[in-house]
Design a protein around this ligand. Structure first.
Ligand code: COA
Length: 185
């Protein structure tokens, strides 16, 4: 089992098959909040769908193309974070994340992202960590800004959400910038 501590009450664990029921319950309880931003919510209708997601995620982990961590807070699955895309050739990754309502608004997600980026930069040796969000997703924008990621540009109508096409903001931090920032923390 792959586990990385975040704080005294929170740890990241690689999502495994036996987490499928917990993952489905969390998605199901947060459907309304996630639907505006995460297209896969519509196709997650039963526990088997979460199990299939974890199977694909583990295949990607074995191939080195993605890592999906569960965020465990006070012993309960609270959200998911990690690079859904790793490009070994470019030494870069794009991270994604979501967290359930109970754990939202306490900095848990930002601390979890810091642990993920530390791992990608220090252990995996990646040079560029990217994240994207719809322009109107202000909570997600605040996470990227709290992480010290730079807004590099905007992709016009690049995502189709339930409310229509939206522009996407691209944020990134380079390994050297991240190390500098972590020295100052
Ligand atoms: C986007 C999302 C992940 C942000 O989660 P979050 O809990 O707000 O993020 P953080 O962990 O950074 O918490 C920030 C909040 O905790 C507060 N906080 C408390 N202690 C904190 C600490 N030590 N460090 C940082 N923030 C802290 C901040 O002030 C902020 O408060 P606010 O809600 O009043 O702005 C969440 O809203 C979500 O899952 N949304 C739906 C899915 C989604 O949009 N995913 C992203 C797609 S791009």
């Amino acid at each position: 089992m792959f586990e990385k501590p975040v704080d005294d009450e929170t740890a990241l664990k690689l999502l495994e098959r036996h987490h499928g029921e917990d993952l489905f319950r969390l998605v199901d309880a947060n459907r309304k909040r996630l639907r505006p931003w995460m297209g896969w919510v519509e196709t997650t209708r039963e526990p088997a769908d979460s199990d299939a997601f974890i199977r694909d995620a583990l295949k990607g982990f074995a191939e080195g193309t993605c890592i999906h961590f569960g965020i465990w807070h006070r012993g309960k699955l609270a959200g998911v974070v990690g690079p859904h895309t790793i490009q070994a050739m470019n030494e870069s990754a794009e991270i994604g994340y979501w967290i359930g309502r109970e754990a939202e608004g306490h900095g848990i997600l930002t601390r979890s992202c810091i642990a993920v980026i530390d791992y990608l930069v220090d252990i995996r040796g990646l040079n560029r960590i990217e994240a994207r969000c719809a322009v109107s997703n202000h909570r997600s924008r605040r996470v990227m800004e709290r992480l010290g990621m730079q807004h590099e540009g905007t992709l016009c109508q690049s995502v189709k959400l339930p409310h229509g096409f939206e522009d996407t903001r691209v944020y990134a931090v380079l390994a050297a910038e991240w190390r500098e920032r972590r020295k100052r923390d």
